[in-house]
Design a protein. Structure first.
Length: 206
């Protein structure tokens, strides 16, 4: 499906960051600042964690249902991470954008690339830790994973960070409040783009 066939009344901001970047905390803070900004709830085959709720954090579905959605072309992007499937519903995302809602998506680099091909008008932001040393320290601070798992996550994180070159913005999370403010500034600036404001300022030209 070409991007020209999707009338975008709302806009979306896709945020990527490796494990240990603090991306989730930054995204949650932004959502709390702007009531008009909605979180795009992804689909996943992994079981919910104790603090998670179906429909709020993820839509938890079976692998059979997930793969059926792939076959039907219902997923605008999807990927497999650590044996579990994650994806974004094409129908849900298009409906929200047509209704004029702004969406925040939490996706990995593969999902972001897929979105950019289909919906190039989106804003793509990468959240990165301030250094390799901090990244490794944050991964180790979880304390519940084996050395092998930590090294795998670390290597995957470095591979993801090398994708930064095609993102629109980079938010360095050296200090959480500062990182939140940087992401807020990006969103506010994008709201003020001339292209997005034309409907509101059109009467001045009539």
């Amino acid at each position: 499906m070409s991007s020209s066939s999707l009338p975008l009344e709302g806009m979306f901001i896709a945020v990527t960051g490796p494990s240990g970047s603090g991306k989730t905390s930054v995204c949650k803070a932004l959502l709390g600042m702007f009531p008009q900004l909605r979180f795009s709830v992804s689909l996943t085959t992994r079981p919910p964690r104790p603090s998670e709720a179906d429909g709020r954090d993820y839509h938890f579905i079976s692998e059979d249902e997930f793969r059926d959605r792939i076959r039907r072309g219902d997923l605008i992007e999807w990927a497999e991470n650590y044996g579990q499937l994650y994806g974004t519903s094409r129908e849900d995302m298009q409906a929200a954008l047509r209704e004029g809602h702004d969406l925040l998506l939490d996706v990995d680099t593969r999902g972001a690339r897929a979105l950019k091909k289909v919906l190039p008008g989106g804003i793509f932001v990468f959240v990165v830790p301030p250094s390799i040393e901090v990244l490794e320290r944050r991964l180790r601070s979880r304390g519940s994973e084996t050395e092998e798992t930590i090294r795998r996550r670390f290597d995957n994180a470095l591979a993801e960070i090398r994708e930064i070159v095609w993102y629109d913005y980079v938010v360095m999370n050296d200090e959480l409040d500062a990182a939140i403010d940087r992401l807020r500034a990006i969103y506010v600036a994008e709201l003020c783009r001339r292209e997005r404001m034309m409907v509101k300022i059109k009467p001045f030209f009539d």
